[in-house]
Design a binder for this molecule. Structure first.
Ligand SMILES: Cc1cc2nc3c(=O)[nH]c(=O)nc-3n(C[C@H](O)[C@H](O)[C@H](O)COP(=O)(O)OP(=O)(O)OC[C@H]3O[C@@H](n4cnc5c(N)ncnc54)[C@H](O)[C@@H]3O)c2cc1C
Length: 416
């Protein structure tokens, strides 16, 4: 039995009745208040969403007593698309990054005590978390470079490192960070790193600054630069197995990529609708923008690219449900590359159609453009996914049974 139509239908109605009408109010609040602060109506909306069973929508496996819909990735994907139309919507339903993938990680590899201490309060929407893998001083797209040191001292782990782009930094309810660091430098390269839960209140954890994305201050609060200076945590804060930090991170990355991709597709749909409305409403050189061939081409290409991206992403979500994060690696890399490129193209066209307004905060266009430019870098830059897809393809062809196709289907000119 699937609950998707009911949840999806209720969500669409909630977005129309409660979220879209408040978007301009939220934007004004963000612009006039310190980064990261939230208007009071957000808590009211969260409570309303919860009462309607629209809470923790993106976690397929949950402990029996935990609140949530338990939708599969395939079922959640279209819901993530709906959420992605408005950048703050996911928070209303407790489905926002990086908390959602961190919850997934705790569900899958957390101990009973870790679930009690960190997971349940997150499922309740009471606390927030960060994920800190990237380091400013090394090329972090190659995870083997991660240098943050994790050493042992008595019953504790001691962490020393420098991270940036850790999520939710400085928010009131920001309580812990999952830090990836090097615990076993002598082990073989893929067994050197571990994931550690670091409480924000730990001595030695220093917030250096918030980092705006392409200058957008309202995106600054979640993205922080931090230093870990002899931060001491008990051994039971090891998340997953020692030396298997990458495997543990992979659990969250696979689902995070599906969610990011579907949310981005939701944003792209919104951009197409906005482009169409704007093109119909404005005239230049004697006719409406919508009658200029170039603008029509923008709309048509956007439609084709977005629909292609969606089909690929839904297939990847099915692969993830069927084969798990390891089995679905190729599909996940493919969507990360294809969706980031498709949505970036749509965002660029939307900026063009909106003219000067597309470069301001007076419409959602510029913000979406910044997000889509960033998507081509976070969760793995385009080039890394290209490399990974090509590797899979060469391996697949090598494993193909039967005579080489070159010999069967091509003339051997060397014999003539
Ligand atoms: C909005 C946003 C949110 C983020 N959120 C988080 C978060 O929550 N937690 C976290 O830990 N990090 C986060 N990050 C960081 C992000 O994951 C990293 O920026 C990303 O992994 C790339 O690492 P890097 O910046 O060190 O780039 P580098 O590794 O220095 O790579 C720079 C460039 O080198 C090129 N390159 C790299 N590898 C190859 C290759 N194999 N072939 C060809 N070219 C290559 C690519 O062009 C790449 O863009 C976030 C970043 C952004 C922008």
């Amino acid at each position: 039995m699937t609950t998707t139509p009911t949840v999806a239908g209720r969500l669409v109605a909630f977005m129309a009745d409660e979220i879209f009408p408040r978007h301009l109010e939220m934007q004004a609040f963000i612009e006039n208040n310190k980064p990261g602060t939230r208007p009071k109506f957000l808590a009211t909306l969260q409570e309303k969403a919860r009462q309607q069973g629209l809470w923790n929508l993106g976690l397929p496996e949950l402990p029996d007593n935990a609140p949530g819909t338990r939708l599969t990735n395939t079922e959640f994907a279209p819901i993530a698309e709906t959420l992605g139309q408005i950048h703050w919507a996911a928070e209303v339903f407790n489905c926002q990054a990086p908390d959602l993938p961190n919850m997934e990680m705790l569900v899958k590899v957390g101990t009973a005590a870790q679930k009690e201490r960190w997971l349940y309060p997150m499922l309740d929407g009471k606390i927030k978390s960060g994920f800190a893998m990237t380091e400013p001083n090394v090329a972090s797209s190659d995870a083997l470079n991660i240098a943050c040191k994790i050493t042992e001292d008595g019953d504790d782990f001691v962490l020393n490192g420098h991270k940036w782009f850790a999520g939710n930094v400085g928010l009131d309810c920001w309580q812990f960070i999952i830090v990836i660091g090097k615990s076993d430098p002598q082990a073989e390269p893929h067994a050197r790193h571990s994931a550690i839960i670091v409480p924000v209140a730990s001595n030695g954890l220093e917030v250096v600054r918030h980092v705006p994305v392409l200058g957008f201050q309202h995106r600054a609060k979640p993205h922080g630069e931090i230093r870990l200076n002899n931060v001491r945590v008990p051994r039971e804060n090891l998340l997953g197995e020692r030396g298997k930090g990458f495997a543990a991170a992979q659990v969250r990355l696979a689902t995070a990529r599906i969610h990011h991709c579907m949310r981005s597709i939701g944003g792209a749909e919104l951009m197409i609708s906005l482009m169409v409305e704007r093109a119909r409403a404005r005239k230049a050189f004697g006719k409406k923008l919508s009658e200029h061939d170039k603008i029509r081409e923008f709309i048509a290409l956007s439609r084709v690219e977005v629909d292609q991206a969606r089909l690929l992403t839904l297939a990847a979500a099915e692969a993830l449900d069927a084969k798990g994060s390891k089995g679905a690696r190729r599909e996940i890399s493919m969507i990360k590359l294809a969706v980031a490129s498709a949505c970036y193209n749509v965002a660029d066209r939307a900026v063009q159609v909106f003219g000067a307004m597309g470069l301001t905060n007076d419409s959602p266009v510029a913000d979406y453009f910044a997000q889509m430019r960033a998507l081509r870098i976070y969760d793995g830059p385009d080039e890394v996914h290209v490399h990974s897809i090509a590797r899979h393809e060469f391996k697949r062809q090598q494993e193909r049974e039967g005579a080489p196709l070159l010999r069967l289907l091509c003339r051997d000119l060397s014999l003539q």
